[in-house]
Design a protein around this ligand. Structure first.
Ligand code: SAJ
Length: 432
């Protein structure tokens, strides 16, 4: 199939890079977002998302004359749905944005079009949710128009490169639909393009993120065991990973972001009786902020009135994204326990947590603090000099939830360095 025009619904972390990349590869692209703010910002040359290289790409797409942004869709040869699929309070998928996007395409759908769902979705969404909505037009999915599911798999922070280089799975509701999807994505994808059916493609996406969540939960549980047993889990994981068939991820204050902390629930929702391990892994990771807050309380001998400088609020290093961030949850808990928390997030300096003070700089966060808490291992924080921190702080307790700081350096600067996943080593276990 040959495509001249494309309509991308949802201009977020995935939709905006996707729309811009297609535009710079020659397609006439209409990017659609229901948010007036997002459309207004993009039209005035601004970008509402922090992602390395994105601003340059969006500007190039506009300059090419191939990208337009709008609040509603227009007819096109292909439609890509890249809207959010969060979870509701009861951990079920909130599919309202996907439903609304499919409904907004319907008036513009023509015979021969291709519709691709990219939003992470519970298994069978393409067949059971999207196909019936579009089918109400009288056009039949898989017969009169092509319908496929193709998961995005890009890593925030490296989206632009991974969009092009990663392997792409395209699941069609018929083989011809998958082939139409390949014709579209081969315009820019340099990684392998693999065709399958729609439900397999949906499942693949959920399996990838669930695999990572379960692996991190295991690391977090190893961390708790290590604390009890007097072991340094960071050392133990590094040694275990020397085994050629072992690759344990890292413990931390929990799992955040809009993907890994959410997607496994879609599998649990599909069949709770068959997914106790996935369910439990989610609970272990969600329990991690409480565990971290408890350990800090123990280290400080209580939280009330203690001045804590919390470094980082993002959900992971070197991004500005605070969604589902465990760092925010830890700060909440410290505030609830009576601590006076000052936060510093260099990628989102105005970000604040209720009850905590958003400092205006690293120095302002550290000034007079009793304790220093590393929640996100942004590059600048990994490089923080203990001796410098000591000149600004009142107390000498540092708590590292990311295994980022060298104990010898911090101890030499007079700090008591408490590390997540590290227990007091029993005397008899200590090597000379
Ligand atoms: N984390 C740990 N320990 C680790 C690794 C990560 O605690 O060893 C935490 C991070 O701090 C963060 C969370 O897990 O809070 C998730 O971060 P991440 O870097 O593992 O993943 P995301 O959510 O940024 O991106 C994931 C990626 N999926 C996989 O690697 C399988 C990405 O490829 C997906 O495209 C993305 O989800 C998505 O959009 O689904």
């Amino acid at each position: 199939m040959e495509f001249k025009s494309l309509c991308v619904l949802g201009l977020g972390y995935i939709g905006l890079p996707t729309a811009s990349t297609f535009a710079t590869h020659g397609l006439q692209v209409i990017g659609v977002d229901i948010s007036e703010r997002v459309v207004g910002m993009l039209r005035s040359g601004d970008v509402h998302i922090h992602e390395p290289g994105l601003r340059t790409l969006v500007q190039a797409a506009f300059r090419s004359g191939n990208l337009e942004v709008n609040r509603s869709p227009r007819p096109a040869d292909a439609f890509v749905i890249a809207v959010p699929t969060p979870i509701l309070d009861d951990k079920r998928a909130d599919m309202r944005a996907v439903v609304a996007a499919a409904e907004s395409i319907s008036p513009h759908l023509r015979a021969g079009n291709l519709v691709v769902l990219e939003s992470t979705s519970p298994p069978r969404t393409t067949l059971d949710v999207v196909a019936p909505i579009l089918g109400r037009t009288g056009l039949r999915a898989g017969v009169d128009f092509h319908l496929a599911y193709s998961p995005e798999r890009v890593l925030p922070g490296q989206i632009l490169r991974e969009l092009i280089e990663n392997a792409r799975v395209i699941g069609g509701i018929t083989p011809a639909c998958a082939e139409a999807g390949r014709d579209l994505y081969s315009l820019f994808v340099r990684g392998e393009i693999v065709l399958t059916d729609a439900t397999t493609a949906e499942m693949v996406k959920l399996m990838e993120n669930t695999y990572r969540d379960v692996n991190i939960a295991l690391a977090n549980e190893f961390g708790r065991l290590a604390e009890r047993l007097g072991v340094d889990v960071w050392e133990a994981i590094a040694l275990a990973n020397l085994h050629p068939r072992v690759d344990i991820l890292k413990p931390g204050p929990g799992v955040g972001g809009h993907c890994i902390s959410i997607d496994p629930w879609f599998l649990v929702e599909a069949a709770p009786d068959l997914s106790p391990l996935i369910d439990q892994a989610r609970r272990v990771n969600d329990g991690q902020p409480a565990h971290v807050a408890q350990r800090i309380e123990n280290a400080l001998g209580g939280l009330r009135g203690r001045a804590v400088a919390a470094l980082g609020l993002a959900y992971k290093p070197d991004v500005d994204d605070l969604r589902q961030s465990p760092a925010v949850e830890v700060v909440h808990r410290l505030v609830a326990g009576g601590a006076q928390v000052r936060t510093w997030e260099p990628y989102a300096p105005t970000a604040s947590v209720p009850g905590a003070e958003a400092a205006s700089s690293l120095e302002a966060a550290l000034a007079g603090a009793d304790a220093l808490l590393l929640l996100v291992d942004h590059r600048t924080f990994r490089q923080l000099e203990a001796a410098y921190a000591a000149t600004l702080m009142r107390g000498r307790v540092a708590f590292d939830t990311r295994g980022a700081w060298r104990p010898s350096v911090w101890q030499a600067a007079g700090f008591q360095l408490v590390r997540l996943g590290v227990g007091e080593r029993p005397v008899e276990g200590r090597h000379a």
